[in-house]
Ligand binder design. Sequence first.
Ligand code: CP
Ligand code: NVA
Length: 308
Amino acid sequence: MTRHFLDLNDAGGDVLAAMINDAMDRKAARAGRPKGAPDDDAPLAGRVLAMIFEKNSTRTRVSFDMAMRQLGGSAIVMESGTTQLGRGESIADTARVLSRMADAIMIRTDDHAKIEEMARHATIPVINGLTDRSHPCQIVADLLTVVEQGKPLPGLEVAWLGDGNNVLHSILEAAGLMKFNVRVGTPAGYEPDPAFVAFARDNGAQVTLTNDPAAAADGADVVVTDTWVSMGQAHADQKIAAMMPFQVNGALMAQAKSDAIFLHCLPAHIGEEVTESVFESSQSVVFDEAENRIHGQKSVLLWCFGAI
Ligand code: CP
Ligand code: NVA
């Protein structure tokens, strides 16, 4: 059975916990090495990851490439605009061709149905590098960052402020799998997809939906936000105005626990979803979070290849 990683629940809670532990072990074992040097066991030697980008990326592109190098393999980056996919070749044929040439596919795209279509036709693992619906690889890195900060996941209180978007959807899925609680503070009309809220609740997480930013942040262990305008969305003044009370600023962070940490998947828009003072504060661990994209995705790749 080919192991696709389209969403966190493809792996499940026990595997996610094992992935986080493996990522921490590998990260510690290679401390001080040149960033591109392989781990001692080079478990993916000879393996090639084909990456397709239908949207922009800095972190996902570099972290997957570095993850493959550190696991002993390599990666090929394709901008969809310069591929035949960009000229209308079908996803099914692209999946079948890449399955003959490479060992795994990572794709960043808009419509989630496209990666499901890719997975249906690929005989090698397909990994979700972000869709309009979810961003599971980001949340593996986020969970790793939280655990590294000494905060156990079960019972953790996570506050989300801003837009009910793809990143929040994967946080809600993780909440159900790892049994932490999420207070979602959004303006009315920008709530997350109810299916993700239901999944979290059905799996034992407490999810609070509120239009009051202070209530969302109150007593939180982790405060998270993201851009108010995701890739593919139009910049709308009306949306920005509605989001402004949900900006993560010093007053909002003061509602959280005194040792709360601040997360942001990046890129950040200083002065919109977060103030410079919070972004640059000692509570902000956003660059650990960015680096952890490498370490988390090594675990995702190892799971896809049956090595976790
Ligand atoms: N956080 C994240 O996915 O960043 P990129 O868009 O730069 O890949
Ligand atoms: N929600 C953002 C995340 C970027 C990494 C987007 O989809 O653009």
